[in-house]
Write a protein that binds this ligand. Structure first.
Ligand code: NAP
Length: 380
């Protein structure tokens, strides 16, 4: 989906001691030339006082240099996700309290490796890479320890001309995936992949219900269709539902015109919904349960505000449903997802591409503008 087509209006200095480990001599010269060209400084956004979007600040700071286990990356694109609004305004709860004012935000992005720290062998200068936002979660089960290296939240993120990242998370991109597309992967894409392939183990005989038309849901439709499943999408907009049918959705339901949309989904699918991507959260869980067939798996993804009354979990017993919450995904999940995207030629839905100098507009549009899919920022 190309930019602009899905837009709807509604409202070391080199590690001390000299430690840059570069590839061949020519690569080293190239990397050093690039670092020099940047005159020793780079422009980055900082979260600042985190009082409102007005407290985001564009500043210059020295170009950092990678020590062991780190890489310096020239950023081409950054992606923005729902949680970035909370991080910029001091409302994202984990970890509690304000971030250091100098934190560089945004957990999604892609760019070229300019330099790596001493001893690095897996990642090379010149690789075009992305990273999961849990930079230390390589594989295996989830642990809240992953918050210790959460890109754009507890360590510096992608909203700068360069980024210093742990190499543990870096994944090289195949030639047929653009950096613009890859800047949507580590928050939205890998979350949908984790839900469908790691939790639900989606198969062609599944019917997948994906709520909404945002970043996670649009990836959910792409991945569920690539697995051969039948797909149901809900939205507040008939126009966006039509666009989701073009993307592959088989059944669509407007949740705004029908507040009891769960029954409509159940009736239209003959009670066959077997997987739910619950992209809103507890607020829509009653309707999601009503939409389910017996024994369905609900993957809890959305962290939208809580409902006035807790969901009635009787539906879980009645239909023998299961539910699992997830937190984006690991490097291994990201690698598997990138392979599938590359093999199938999948294109993320990108609603807007915003220039680096206007990055605050990306936040404002994320908050205020009705859209389908992702907003990305072109850095260089
Ligand atoms: N657990 C995790 O690891 C994880 C990872 C990524 C995101 N998230 C969370 O998942 C949620 C979705 O993220 P996103 O990036 O896709 O957000 P997004 O791009 O802002 O999309 C939000 C979507 O929610 C839909 N929506 C709102 N109310 C709805 C309702 N009552 N029924 C159905 N859909 C409804 C909207 O659909 P329409 O506009 O079509 O009406 C909109 O497309 C957010 O809460 C985010 O924080 C969690």
């Amino acid at each position: 989906m190309s930019s602009g087509k899905m837009f709807f209006t509604r409202r070391g200095a080199i590690g001390a001691g000299g430690g840059l480990l570069l590839g061949a001599a020519s690569t080293q010269a190239l990397a050093q030339a690039r670092v020099k060209k940047a005159k020793g400084t780079m422009r980055v956004y900082q979260v600042g006082a985190q009082k409102s979007l007005d407290t985001l600040a564009l500043v210059e700071r020295p170009i950092p240099h990678p020590g062991p286990g780190m890489a310096l990356i020239k950023v081409h694109y950054a992606g923005i996700a729902a949680r970035d609004l909370g991080i910029a305004t001091g409302r994202f709860p984990v970890p509690p309290g304000p971030r250091p004012a100098g934190l560089i935000p945004l957990s999604e992005g892609a760019g070229d490796v300019l330099a790596v720290g001493p001893g690095e062998t897996r990642i090379k200068v010149g690789d075009r890479v992305t990273s999961p936002h849990w930079a230390h979660w390589v594989s295996g089960p989830w642990s809240p320890k992953n918050y210790e290296a959460d890109v754009g939240n507890t360590i510096d993120g992608w909203l700068g001309e360069m980024i210093l990242l742990p190499t543990s998370g870096l994944v090289a991109l195949p030639d047929n995936i653009s950096s613009q597309d890859a800047a949507t992967f580590s928050g939205s894409g890998v979350t949908a992949w984790h839900a469908l392939h790691e939790v639900a183990r989606v198969r062609s005989d599944d019917t997948v219900l994906s709520l909404g038309t945002g970043g996670v849901s649009t990836f959910g439709v792409l991945f569920a269709k690539a697995a051969g499943a039948r797909v149901v999408v809900t939205s507040s907009s008939d126009e966006k539902l039509a666009a989701m049918r073009k993307l592959g959705a088989d059944v669509t339901v407007n949740y705004k015109t029908n507040p009891e949309w769960g029954k409509e989904v159940y009736d239209k699918t003959g009670g066959t919904v077997s997987v739910v991507l619950e992209n809103v959260g507890p607020r829509t869980l009653d309707q999601s349960m009503a939409a389910c067939g017996n024994n369905a798996r609900i993957v809890l993804i959305g962290t939208d505000r809580p409902p006035p009354n807790p969901p009635n979990i009787n539906g879980m017993y009645l239909k023998n449903l299961s539910m699992k919450a997830i937190s984006a995904g690991s490097r291994t999940m990201l690698e598997n997802m990138i392979t599938a995207i590359s093999h199938n030629g999948l294109k993320p839905v990108i609603a807007q591409v915003i220039p680096f100098d206007e990055a605050v507009k990306a936040y404002i549009d994320m908050r205020d503008v009705d859209r389908m899919g992702k907003i990305v920022i072109k850095v260089a």
